[in-house]
Design a protein around this ligand. Structure first.
Ligand SMILES: [Zn+2]
Length: 146
C-alpha cells in the first residue's frame, strides 16, 4: 500500500495491506458505509522452538476505522493464522494469530466506536439497529453502553 493511501485511511500498522488479491475494490463504498478490505501477514517465529511458523489460513475480524467520505468505515481485516507442528523441540501444536502491534490503534478504534454508538443512542435507536448500521456486533454496542 502506498504512503498516501495509508495516510488517508489513517493506518499505522506497518503490516496492513489492501486485500487486492481477494477484492477488485479493496476500498468498497456501499453508499451508506465504506468497507476497507485489509490483509495482515508477516513472518512469525514460534515462541517455543523459534522455527518459522506455517501460515494456516486467515481469521476475519471487523473493526470500525476512521470515517472515509463521512460514512462509517469498517475495516475488514484478514489476519494471518500461524501453526507450528509438533516436533522434538516443540512437542505440542502451537497456534498464533497476527497481532496489531500498535496499542494506540486499539485505543483509536474503541474510541471511534464509542463516539459513534453514543451519537446513535442520542437519537434513540435500538442496540440491534446501531450494531447493524455500524457493522459491529450487538456485543460491542453493549460493551460501550455498560
Ligand atoms: Zn514450535
Amino acid at each position: 500500500m502506498n504512503y498516501s493511501t495509508k495516510a488517508a485511511l489513517e493506518i499505522k500498522d506497518p503490516y496492513f495491506e489492501l486485500d487486492t488479491a481477494h477484492f477488485k475494490d479493496a476500498i468498497e463504498d456501499q453508499g451508506n458505509q465504506v468497507i476497507v478490505h485489509l490483509i495482515q501477514s508477516y513472518p512469525l517465529h514460534c515462541p517455543r522452538c523459534g522455527q518459522l511458523m506455517l501460515k494456516n489460513g486467515f481469521k476475519l475480524v471487523k473493526v470500525l476505522g476512521p470515517s472515509l467520505h463521512y460514512e462509517p468505515t469498517i475495516w475488514s481485516i484478514r489476519k494471518q493464522k500461524y501453526l507450528c507442528k509438533p516436533s522434538l523441540n516443540c512437542p505440542q501444536t502451537i497456534t498464533k494469530v497476527a497481532k496489531v502491534e500498535d496499542v494506540k490503534y486499539h485505543h483509536h478504534i474503541s474510541q471511534a466506536i464509542k463516539q459513534r454508538v453514543m451519537m446513535q443512542l442520542t437519537v434513540n435507536e435500538s442496540q440491534t439497529d446501531i450494531a447493524k448500521e455500524l457493522g459491529i456486533s450487538d456485543w460491542t454496542v453493549r460493551r460501550v453502553i455498560f
